[in-house]
Ligand binder design. Structure first.
Ligand code: URA
Ligand code: ZN
Length: 391
C-alpha cells in the first residue's frame, strides 16, 4: 500500500479463512481415513494430480479442489491486494478440531493459536506510519467431548495473551451437547471477561436427508444448511439465557445470522405462547438480536437493509421499553461487518476480481437508507472498533 487511507476508510474482512500448514498437513495425513475430514490427491480427467478437500459428511461432488489459497499467507495477501482489502481477521476454517480426541485437540489448539499469532505478527503492516497490521486472527478452542473446563479456560487465556488474536471461532456443537450446555458457562464467562469476540460459524448443516437425491453440488448444504445451522445454534443460545447471564459477551454470527433475522418475531411469539419458556428470559427475544454482531456476507442489498432494520429494533424490545419500533437502518448497520468467506467460493472461470467479494461490496454500497458513514462502518470502521485495531 503506497498511500495511507484514513482509518475510517479501511476495508476490513472479518470472515476469511485459512487452513494453516500444520492443520493442512494433518488433513493430508488422513488421506486414507474412513471418515472426513481429509485432503486427498486424485487424478483429473486430463490426467493431472489435484488435491481435493473433503470435510462434509456425505460430501457432494467428491469434495472441492484445494490449493495454496487455502494455506499460503502470500496467497491471502495477494487476494487482499486484488480486492483492496487492507486488513483481514483470519480464522481457521471448518471443521476445526471437532473430529479429534480431547488430548490431540488440546495440543493442536495451542499449537495452531501460536501458528496463527506468527502468521499475523510476522506479516506486513497497513502502512509504514502505523502499528496496525494487515492480519489479525481468531483463535481456536479444543471444543470436543471429554475436554475439561480447565483446559478450555487455559486456552482462552492463551488466546487473550496473544496480541494479534482478537477472538475465537467456534462451531455449533460445543463439547458435544451444543452451545446451550450449562458446562460451557465458565467458558462464556472467561471469554466475556477477556473481551474476545466469538465468531459462530456453521459446518454440519442440517439433516442431509432434507436434500433429496438430485445432484445439486454443494448448493443446498452451503446456501441453506449452513445458515440454518447458525440460526439454530444462536436461537438455542438465546433460549438458554446466555445473554442475560453474560450481557457483554460479543457474538459474531456468520452469513448475516442465517434465517434468524427473518424469524425473530416468530421466535418471540413462540416463546410468549410457550408455558415452558414464557417467563425464562428477561427480555423479548427480539431484544437479543441487538446484542449480536453479524457479518455482511449476504450478497444482496435488500438482505443487508432488512437485517439492519431488525437489529435496530432491539432497544424497543427491552423489557419495559416504550421506545418507537420504527427501524433505524443506521443504528443496525453498526453491528454489521464486511466479509468474503475466502478462500471458499472462488470464481469458476478466470476473472480478475472474485464475484463472491464484489457482490458483497456492491451490496454494501447500495443498501437504501445507509449513509456513507454507515457504509464505511460496515466496510471497516465497525471492525476496527469491535476488534480494537486502532494503532
Ligand atoms: N464452505 C465451507 O466449508 N466453509 C465455509 O466457510 C464456506 C464454504
Ligand atoms: Zn466461512
Amino acid at each position: 500500500l503506497t498511500t495511507m487511507s484514513p482509518t475510517s476508510k479501511l476495508l476490513v474482512d472479518i470472515h476469511t479463512h485459512v487452513y494453516l500448514p500444520r492443520y493442512a498437513a494433518l488433513l493430508r495425513s488422513r488421506a486414507g481415513a474412513a471418515t472426513v475430514p481429509f485432503i486427498r490427491t486424485s487424478t483429473t480427467s486430463e490426467g493431472l494430480a489435484e488435491d481435493r478437500l473433503l470435510i462434509l459428511d456425505h460430501e457432494p461432488s467428491g469434495g472441492r479442489p484445494v490449493g495454496p489459497q487455502y494455506w499460503d499467507r502470500e496467497e491471502k495477501l495477494k487476494f487482499m491486494d486484488k480486492h483492496s482489502i487492507d486488513i483481514s481477521v483470519v480464522s481457521t476454517a471448518n471443521p476445526w478440531l471437532d473430529f479429534l480426541p480431547a488430548s490431540q485437540a488440546h495440543t493442536l489448539a495451542a499449537e495452531l493459536n501460536d501458528d496463527l499469532e506468527q502468521y499475523c505478527s510476522t506479516g506486513p503492516s497497513v502502512s509504514s506510519s502505523t502499528q496496525i497490521k494487515r492480519l489479525y486472527g481468531f483463535g481456536l478452542l479444543p471444543l470436543v467431548p471429554e475436554i475439561t473446563t480447565s483446559v478450555l479456560l487455559d486456552i482462552v487465556n492463551q488466546i487473550s495473551a496473544l496480541p494479534h488474536l482478537r477472538g475465537l471461532i467456534m462451531g455449533t456443537r460445543g463439547i458435544g451437547n451444543g452451545l446451550d450446555d450449562g458446562a460451557l458457562e465458565p467458558v462464556w464467562a472467561a471469554i466475556e471477561k477477556a473481551g474476545l469476540v466469538v465468531f459462530l460459524h456453521p459446518h454440519y448443516g442440517v439433516d442431509s436427508s432434507a436434500w433429496g437425491d438430485k445432484d445439486n453440488g454443494h448448493v443446498l448444504p452451503l446456501a441453506l444448511g449452513f445458515p440454518f445451522e447458525t440460526t439454530t445454534a444462536a436461537t438455542r443460545l438465546i433460549l438458554s439465557g446466555v445473554f442475560d447471564k453474560f450481557p457483554n459477551l460479543r457474538l459474531l454470527l456468520a452469513h448475516s445470522g442465517g434465517a434468524l433475522p427473518a424469524l425473530s418475531s416468530r421466535l418471540a411469539s413462540c416463546i410468549d405462547h410457550d408455558p415452558v419458556v414464557a417467563s425464562r428470559l428477561k427480555h423479548d427475544a427480539r431484544y437479543y438480536l441487538g446484542k449480536l454482531y453479524l457479518d455482511a456476507v449476504a450478497y444482496g442489498p435488500e438482505e443487508l437493509g432488512f437485517v439492519s432494520d431488525v437489529i435496530s429494533r432491539s432497544a424497543s424490545y427491552a423489557s419495559g421499553a416504550s421506545a418507537s419500533k420504527v427501524p433505524n437502518r443506521s443504528t443496525g448497520s453498526k453491528r454489521m461487518l464486511f466479509g468474503t468467506d475466502h478462500p471458499f467460493f472462488p470464481p469458476l472461470s478466470v476473472t480478475d476480481k472474485w464475484k463472491s467479494v464484489t457482490e458483497n461490496l456492491d451490496a454494501i454500497a447500495s443498501v437504501q437508507g445507509w449513509s456513507e458513514g454507515d457504509r464505511d462502518g460496515v466496510r471497516g470502521g465497525n471492525a476496527l472498533a469491535l476488534f480494537n485495531l486502532q494503532g
